[in-house]
Design a protein around this ligand. Structure first.
Ligand code: FE2
Length: 398
């Protein structure tokens, strides 16, 4: 941990945080899931629905989990059709699949998309109606089916959070509920060794975004701050190694842990960076982590005038020298993303300059962030989007 980092308790605000009931970590941890479900009281013969990515299934990464469930006598039904971020159609198919099989538990295995869909399936197993009933209109009112999540990317932190992201009518929408936090998270670094460098980079920057945005969030507390600073420390140290040497298991262990910490830090709430990222994704369908990486330096720059001291522990954790301060952190993120081959301007991903006003309007209307340290305001945001379109961070750094 950073040498000079101390948690202060100057702020006595009341905050609430959610976390999985258990997490299990280590090489080959996914082989434990049968025993974990037994420890929750599930009997042999019970049915378990496994929700996973098409790609994960194709390369055989489901085998340890399926063997572990078989080994404890569970009957496994596999839905392996998740490809890309879930839209309503795939969400409804998974929910129908789960309701038809009436499982005693749901296991999600894959990237954020598979984990989110598994969360939704577990929630809908104990609630009636259609998925659209729960898009910010109606809350889940009782615990979801027993749910175990196994990430195969190190980024989204979905295994630690209460959020499900869906694409509805071409736009990202979220469902939040304390009941969507999984009962268990299983972190098995062996499952992440085959991640291609581009996915390692994008998902790693997603995890970094969770950490940095949660530090900036006015909803942060000593718990989320500590998780976030640890995540920044680990990512700064290990992400380049995981990118350059994909089968370096130590780097994979570190990144998987950092992503989980990033997910826990999200109890403070993501801020402007994720809102900007959604507006980019709605127009480009770029992976979530890529859009977060593009947005994060600009989110830092935007928020700094009202929050520079919030980032000092992250400046130290990233090892970039205290003299560079919080603006140095924005530059460091931008350089890190560029060095990992990620795009750094809206123009480079095919967005037209004439689209920017619409993006600002959508950012404000669809993804407001009352927890952003600096209020989201149209003119300032337009300046941000113009700078991001050109990829010129200096235009908005204070
Ligand atoms: Fe994210």
């Amino acid at each position: 941990m950073p040498q000079n980092y101390t948690i202060t308790f100057a702020d006595g605000r009341v905050t609430t945080a959610y976390a999985p009931r258990s997490w299990t970590m280590g090489d080959g941890a996914s082989a434990e899931i049968g025993r974990i479900l037994r420890s929750w009281g599930l009997e042999p013969g019970a049915r378990v629905v496994l929700v996973t990515d098409r790609q994960i299934s194709r390369i055989g990464l489901t085998a340890p989990a399926v063997d572990a469930l078989d080994g404890e006598g569970f009957r496994v039904e596999i839905f392996s059709d998740i490809a890309g971020e879930p839209d309503l159609e795939i969400a409804r198919r998974v929910v129908d699949f789960a309701r038809n099989h009436k499982p005693a538990a749901v296991v999600g295995l894959g990237g954020g998309s598979a984990l989110d869909t598994a969360k939704l399936a577990a929630g809908m197993l104990t609630h009636s109606g259609d998925v659209t009933d729960y898009l910010g209109t109606k809350q889940f009112i009782r615990p979801c089916a027993p749910l175990l999540l196994i990430p195969t990317t190190a980024g989204t932190g979905a295994e630690a959070t209460r959020t499900v992201m869906l694409i509805v009518e071409g736009r990202k929408v979220f469902i939040n509920s304390p009941f969507l936090v999984p009962g268990g998270a299983v972190l098995d670094p062996l499952l992440t060794r085959t991640l291609p460098p581009a996915v390692t980079a994008a998902t790693g920057l997603d995890a970094l975004s969770h950490a940095v945005e949660s530090l900036l969030s006015t909803g942060s507390n000593p718990f989320t701050q500590h998780a976030a600073v640890m995540a920044v420390d680990i990512i700064a140290h290990w992400l380049p190694r995981a990118y350059e040497q994909p089968d370096d298991l130590e780097a994979r262990r570190a990144m998987l842990f950092a992503a989980y910490l990033g997910g826990l830090s999200l109890n403070a709430g993501a801020i402007l960076g994720h809102s900007i990222a959604y507006t980019i994704a709605n127009r480009t369908r770029l992976p979530h982590g890529v859009t977060c990486a593009m947005a994060l330096p600009y989110c830092i720059a935007y928020s700094l005038p009202d929050a520079s001291d919030r980032l000092l522990p992250a400046v130290e954790a990233a090892g970039i020298g205290p003299e560079k301060g919080s603006t140095g952190l924005a530059r460091w993120v931008s350089d890190l993303a560029a060095g990992l081959g990620l795009p750094v301007s809206l123009e480079a991903v095919g967005i037209q300059e004439r689209d920017l006003e619409g993006m600002v309007a959508e950012c404000l209307a669809a993804y407001p962030r009352p927890n952003n340290p600096r209020p989201m305001e149209r003119e300032r945001l337009l300046r941000l989007y113009r700078a991001l379109w050109r990829g010129n961070l200096d235009d908005v750094l204070p």
